[in-house]
Design a protein around this ligand. Sequence first.
Ligand code: 5AD
Ligand code: SF4
Length: 440
Amino acid sequence: MSAPKKLFIKTYGCQMNVYDSERMAEALGGQGYTETKSADEADMILLNTCHIREKAAEKVYSELGRFKKLKAQKPDLKIGVAGCVAQAEGQEIMRRQPLVDLVVGPQSYHRLPEMEAKTREGEKVLDTDFPEEDKFEQLKHRPKSKRGPTAFLTVQEGCDKFCAFCVVPYTRGAEVSRPADRILTEARDLVERGVREITLLGQNVNAYHGAGANGDLTLAQLIWELDKVEGLERIRFTTSHPNDMMDDLIEAHGTCKKLMPYLHLPVQAGSDKILKRMNRSHTAESYLRLIERIRAARPDILISGDFIVGFPEETEEDFQATLDLVEEVKYGTAYSFKYSTRPGTPAAERPQVDPVEADDRLQRLQALLTRQQREIQDSMVGREVGVLFEKPGRQAGQMLGKSDYLHAVHVADCNRQAGELARVRIVSSRTNSLAGELIG
Ligand code: 5AD
Ligand code: SF4
C-alpha cells in the first residue's frame, strides 16, 4: 500500500468554516489523506477562506503566493481554495494564481474526492455550483474516532436577509435547513465519540425550519429533541437574527436546562435611520424590547453582539444612538467592525464615511464594549457556575474549561478530566479568564 498522503488545511473566519474544514478532512480521508499541521510536508494544501473582512481576496492571493517555492520543489503538490472567497472569485483565482489546482465553493464540498482525483490526473477543477443534492448527507463522518468535549454542528446554512453590507447571501446562498433526524443522528454520533457540548451553527440559525417526522421543526423544537440525547450536557447556537427570535426559543432559554445562558444576537447599529439603510428590518426599540423579553425568561443570560460603525451616511448623532443602545443592553462580549465595502452589495454604492472619523468611532465603541465585558466578567467573582473542562492548563494539576456563560475558567489542583462537568466557585477575574475552585 502506498504511504498516506498528507493534507494541510488552513481555516479562516467563522465557526462554520471550522466545521466545514473537519468535514473536508473527513471526505478526503476516504482518498487516503491524513491531516498534517505543516504545509511543508503536505501533498495537498487547502485554504478554507472567509470573505467577510476587508481585502479578503487580496489576503488569499498573497497567502497563495507563499506556496510558490513549495510547489516548485514538489510538483505533485495540489493547492486548493475553498470557502467564501472561492465562491466569490471563482475562475478568477486560477487566472490570477496559476499554481491553484482546485477551487471549491461551500455548497460543493461533498464533491471534493472526485475533484481531488481529477487534479491527480493533471486537471484544474472549479466547482462553485449550488447543487440540488444534500451535501451533508454525502459528507459522512469518520467512523467512531474520538473527539474533544465540544463540537460544532451545522443545522442551517445561507441567508435570505440581504443586509446591505453583507456578502453572505451571495457566497453561502439561500437559506436551507437540514432535516432534524440527520442532525440528531450526527449529535448522537458526536456524543458517542466523547462530545458533551454542541454548538448548533447557521448564518441565521434561529430561522431554522428543518423537516421533522410531523412537519417542520423550529429551532426550539430541535433543541428540545437534542435535550433528550443522553450524554449531551450542553447546547448552544449561533448566529441569531433579532427578527427570528421566536417565542418558543425565548421560552426554551428559561426552561431547557441544557440550553446555556448565552445568546449572540447582533444588532449592528443603534440608529433607526442606519438600521433601515442596512435593511435590518428591526428598530433599536424593537431590539431592546426583545432583550427585555429574553431577560425576563432567563435573567442571568449573557448577551453578545456584532456592531458596524461608519456605515455609509452614519452621522455622529447616529453613532451616539449606537453607544446609547450599548449602554442600555450591557454586552458580555461583542465584536465590532469598521464598515468596509464589499463589491456587489448595495451599501458599496453609497457615500462613505470619512475613514478617520470611522476609526475614531470604532475606538470609542470598543472602549465602551471592553469596559462592559470586563464589568460582567468581574461580576462572576463569588458566583457558582458550571464548567465543562476541555484540557489541562500549563501548571501541573490545573484544568481549563468554559463556564455556562462561555467565560474561560481555570481551576488549580483539579482532579478532573477533559469532558467532565463540575460546579465551580469563581474566585478571581483576570484580563481574559476567570479563576475558580471546585465545589464539594
Ligand atoms: N463591513 C464591516 N463589517 C461587516 N460585517 C459583515 N459585513 C461587513 C462589512 N461589509 C460584520 C457584521 C456581521 C459580522 C459577522 O461581520 O457585524 O454580523
Ligand atoms: Fe449577513 Fe447576517 Fe444580514 Fe444574513 S442576517 S445578510 S448573514 S449580516
